[in-house]
Ligand binder design. Structure first.
Ligand code: PRP
Length: 183
């Protein structure tokens, strides 16, 4: 599929192709919302978005979940790719909402190595939630072993550099309503 050349959001920057269209994303988000609604018949549900990448996905997703819920966000510090210990993750922004006894749905834009998720889940588990599950828009299926594989996945991600719908390259492209791959 060709990127519409008239898209002023690109401002002349080159993208290779639209990997997932706006329509495909919106339809899948509605399906995910239904699956999440069905999975939580009772209890308190707290949707936790991992910033920055999940900001658009969270805002669309929660509007498709037809049950009471709360929304909060997490910001995680990055210590670089050489740091693998889950004990070293630091929450730069800590959710104000209490986690104890609640169903936590952690929302990611993309799971690549899975390290970010693993570390964050380890930290959140200490706060004694009732359950923790992950909803990822995209899963690259790079990791052969994930301690907490996402229960809800929007799309299998192609092995390309993806931008849009929250994903960035040097902080650009996050506002595209579709997912595109860079040249
Ligand atoms: C990206 C993405 C995920 C993480 C996935 O975040 O949003 O959080 O990397 O990679 P992993 O599975 O290999 O850990 P990034 O650090 O680029 O921050 P951002 O969300 O602010 O874009």
């Amino acid at each position: 599929m060709n990127v519409p050349l008239a898209d002023p959001r690109l401002l002349g920057r080159q993208v290779k192709r639209i990997a997932i269209s706006e329509e495909e994303i919106q339809e899948r988000v509605r399906e995910l919302g239904q699956a999440i609604t069905d999975s939580y018949p009772d209890g308190e549900l707290l949707v936790l978005g991992l910033l920055k990448g999940s900001f658009i996905f969270v805002s669309d997703l929660v509007r498709s979940v037809m049950r009471p819920l709360q929304v909060d966000f997490l910001v995680v510090s990055s210590y670089g790719s050489d740091v693998v210990s889950s004990g070293l993750v630091r929450l730069v922004y800590d959710p104000e909402t209490t986690l104890e006894g609640k169903h936590i749905l952690l929302v990611e834009d993309i799971v690549d190595s899975g390290r970010t998720l693993s570390r964050v889940i380890d930290v959140l588990q200490e706060r004694q939630p009732k359950s923790i599950e992950v909803c990822a828009l995209l899963d690259k299926h790079v990791s052969t072993f994930l301690p907490h594989p996402p229960k809800f996945v929007g799309f299998n991600a192609p092995n390309e550099f993806l931008v849009g719908y929250g994903l960035d390259h040097a902080e650009n492209f996050r506002h595209l309503p579709y997912v595109a791959s860079l040249q």
